[in-house]
Ligand binder design. Structure first.
Ligand code: GNR
Ligand code: NI
Length: 173
């Protein structure tokens, strides 16, 4: 088991479009295990492979309070999206920033599990928000892309400042 490093905005690698998984093998199960471990360690409710610099269509989620209900979606596709909801989103790749985003209230999604078995599920509320947020990552999209350019520029500045303060002078990568 291993924790993976999470890419942070505005890292251009977060803009990579993920490719479908073709091999449901041991390497894929290892990736899913490491992504779940990383998600729980970071106290996130979801994680997309893009965020750990793996550009395959893999996402994990756990929106339960007990944090004992991992869900895995491989090669996910939206079948139906209905209604509208607004939720204040955050992202492990945009630390410390929260903003309201409008998304579908209910979605029906088709995906494969880690064994390659196809399944369909209907999600609503926070589950639907999280799934759409993770599916955006797989397309190279971030929640800050829904903000105005001015607000996005403010986010960029705030993160740059936070990084300067977190790092001793001269140690920047
Ligand atoms: O942990 C997370 N919380 C969250 C809250 C509101 C909307 C979306 C999310 S997903 C986020 C983890 C993450 O960055 N996943 O990509
Ligand atoms: Ni995110």
């Amino acid at each position: 088991m291993a924790l993976m490093e999470i890419l942070e905005f505005p890292d251009p690698r977060l803009r990579t479009v993920a490719k479908p998984v073709e091999a449901f093998d041991e390497a894929l199960s290892a990736l899913v295990r490491d992504m779940l471990e990383t998600m729980y360690d970071e106290k996130g409710i979801g994680l997309a492979a893009t965020q750990v610099n793996v550009h395959q269509q893999v996402l994990v989620m756990d929106t339960s309070d007990s944090r004992e209900s991992p869900r895995v979606f491989i090669n996910p596709r939206l079948l139906v999206a209905d209604g509208v909801q607004t939720y204040e989103e955050g992202c492990l790749s945009v630390p410390g920033i929260y903003a309201n985003v409008e998304r579908a209230e209910q979605v029906r999604v088709e995906a494969r599990d880690v064994e390659g078995e196809r399944f369909e599920v209907e999600l609503e509320g926070l589950d639907a928000v999280c799934l759409q947020h993770e599916m955006d990552h797989l397309q190279g999209k971030l929640f800050v892309d829904y903000l105005s350019p001015l607000k996005r520029q403010m986010v960029r500045k705030k993160l740059e400042k936070a990084r300067r303060q977190a790092m001793p002078a001269g140690s920047q990568a």
